[in-house]
Design a protein around this ligand. Sequence first.
Ligand SMILES: Cc1cc2nc3c(=O)[nH]c(=O)nc-3n(C[C@H](O)[C@H](O)[C@H](O)COP(=O)(O)O)c2cc1C
Length: 370
Amino acid sequence: MNLSERELKELRPMIASWISDDLIRNLFSMMSEKMEPELVGSILISTLKQFPKGSDEEMILAAARKHLYREEDENVKEAGDAKKIVRDYFDSLLLEMRLMGSTLPDTKTDLFNRTFSSPIMTAALSHLGRFEKGKETMMDVYAKSAKQTNILHWVGMCDNDWFEQIADLGAETVRIVKPYADEEKLINQLVFAKEHKAIAVGIDIDHTFTTSGTIDVILGEQMEAKSLEQMKRYRDATDLPFIVKGVLSVRDALLCKEIGADGIVVSHHGGRLPYAVAPVSILPDIKKAVKDELKIFVDCGIASGMDAYKALALGADAVSVGTHLIPYLRKGEDAAIERIEAMKRELSGAMAYTGVRDCHSFDASVIHRR
Ligand SMILES: Cc1cc2nc3c(=O)[nH]c(=O)nc-3n(C[C@H](O)[C@H](O)[C@H](O)COP(=O)(O)O)c2cc1C
């Protein structure tokens, strides 16, 4: 996608004057090929902030190209595509019917002392648009859709002023903070979340590294691989329920229990690691290991009430839907609400046909592998 003159005019004041219009145009079209259109502006601005004044423009373009088009082995790209692995796994799961004596299901779900209409939740997304105080972005549409449908809403990386604007829309909210190297910022965001009525907080641990084994810098912010002592400290920095997002092994789930976490999100963040196991395929092992001592949430590739059902049957307490909702959010609040309601109905249908009367009654033995 090419940058229009109007968009260039909007971006220009936020980008250093030594950077040429041509570089901005080239970066914009390169980034547009690889990411959601709403993300391009803010990522472009923060990418350019990382380069010192007078940096060679060819070098900037080459660095951006390297980051965007991860130089991967061709085989890994195809066979190791973690999103495809998730889709294939979901589609390999079949349901038997259990209809004798069945009843209409109740999808109400209790989480963190609140009652929600469904165990389907939003996922911790971020940067859907560019924050300007008082101006609506897709992050607001997302939160309003969660509130209207009475589902638990998750918010990802954002500064406090953006979080406050989202939280003020009134959805029950979980805030997932980044593993910032700047600990003061990290703890401040956890504390701020509580002051702005979040009902739980947490940290994602699966975007700390780049796939080429360096520590990540996300939108200009330096991340840090955290020790267990640090994780305990963050846990103790808040009396809200504390969630670790990005758990994809029994080992990490048990360590989350050890640091005193209240919940985990079984996730690989939409495919950070090639050949990663599908989160839903490792759920039963994690559930067996942690039993009811941690709330178990799951995301990655959930795109229907049927997918949600399978994850719930395999041990999740609730499931998050992110990427699948983005096209609906783009169309607006009504479209997003309608899609969430439709997924809730799909889940109800699957529950009715398999004899699951409520959210305490999911049973993994309904599931067969194709
Ligand atoms: C645009 C976008 C922004 C995201 N931002 C964050 C974030 O700030 N923090 C986080 O923990 N996860 C973030 N994620 C990851 C999601 O929470 C989720 O783990 C991932 O997208 C997989 O779920 P999905 O397939 O339903 O999207 C983001 C995902 C997308 C697509």
